[in-house]
Design a protein around this ligand. Structure first.
Ligand SMILES: Cc1cc2nc3c(=O)[nH]c(=O)nc-3n(C[C@H](O)[C@H](O)[C@H](O)COP(=O)(O)O)c2cc1C
Length: 310
């Protein structure tokens, strides 16, 4: 079988599939469960300095092409997280911290507080489209804000640092270049897009408690692929391609766009947590059928081929 082993910003992964932040990764036990089901690495639910209760229910709605969510970053806060995520080295795959904040100092405080937990990497999220005070609604999706926040976090950790970006940011490649220049080791592309809205016809009002929410899943996939394709030509640091990856073919597409890691979230709602095993197997089947021995052979090939004009 073709080998899926991957090196991502110095971290060795059995396969490139990484649980995206916000799905199942709220307790250590749930992380173990996802790892057992074949994830090469897992990202925890985003953590803020103080506990947050998030938006009012309903917080998630499914539609034909994915999910609409406005969870609003409910999380127990960094002190409780420090206890919950103790002894992570005992888990059989690397665990990534996901940190959020309103100001650069908040991100740094969360990362510094959890520095001694055995997270293999740190992801800072500058891109949520539906939580006032955070992400795009707080102006964090600009090159200047990205540089400031990345620099603040770089000062408090030597771990591989990923910056998670929005598919809607007008200066996406500039944002990624700013992250790279400020010391980031990788880019996670992308967060949910929008916000979007679904209206309940009978109730005659938006379905979600917050009214609007981020779009994930199949609807996001071609946009995420385009973002990875553009970013991978603009920066040298590796990318975790995230957005609507549901099958092995979707994952291979991300690699062809230039991704090294592959984030998986919404697929869990359609294929179950076994999707990690299934996607990995489908990737290997495709590689075998197409005579591809390693992902390195096809990484970024879509834009390399386009440049050749073939
Ligand atoms: C219910 C839900 C909760 C999410 N929570 C977070 C979060 O806490 N932090 C974060 O960075 N991204 C969060 N995301 C975004 C995902 O990590 C991912 O970037 C996005 O859903 C696109 O990938 P997918 O199409 O595979 O789900 C959330 C997405 C959903 C649907």
């Amino acid at each position: 079988m073709p080998d899926l082993k991957t090196k991502l910003a110095g971290i060795n992964l059995e396969n490139p599939l990484i649980l995206a932040s916000g799905f199942l990764g709220v307790s250590k036990a749930s992380l173990e469960f996802v790892i057992k089901n074949g994830a090469g690495a897992v990202t925890i639910k985003s953590i803020s300095r103080l506990p947050r209760s998030g938006h009012h229910a309903p917080i998630i709605a499914a539609f034909e092409a994915g999910l609409l969510n406005a969870v609003g970053y409910s999380n127990p806060g960094m002190i409780k997280a420090r206890e919950e995520y103790a002894d992570l080295k005992k888990l059989k795959a690397p665990v990534f911290l996901s940190a959020i904040g309103q100001k650069p100092g908040d991100f740094a405080k969360v990362v510094a507080t959890l520095e001694k937990n055995d997270f293999a990497a740190v992801e800072i999220v500058l891109s949520c489209p539906h939580t006032p005070g955070y992400g795009t609604l707080a102006g964090q999706s600009t090159p200047a804000a990205t540089a400031k926040i990345t620099k603040a976090v770089r000062k408090v950790t030597r771990k591989p640092l990923f910056v998670k970006v929005s598919p809607d940011a007008p200066k996406l490649t500039e944002i990624c270049k700013a992250a790279e220049a400020a010391g980031a080791d990788g880019i996670t592309a992308v967060n949910t897009m929008g916000p979007g809205m679904i209206i309940d016809l009978e109730a005659r009002k938006p379905v979600l408690g917050f009214g609007m929410g981020g779009v994930s899943g199949a609807a996001l996939h071609p946009i995420a692929v385009r973002c990875v394709y553009e970013i991978s030509q603009a920066v040298k640091i590796p990318i975790i391609g995230t957005g609507g990856v549901t099958s092995g073919r979707d994952a291979i597409e991300m690699v062809m766009a230039g991704a090294t890691g592959i984030g998986v979230g919404t697929a869990i709602s359609t294929r179950g947590v076994a999707c990690f095993h299934l996607i990995a197997k489908e990737m290997q089947d495709w590689m075998k059928e197409n005579g591809v021995k390693s992902l390195e052979e096809i990484r970024g090939i879509a834009w390399k081929m386009s440049k050749k004009g073939s």
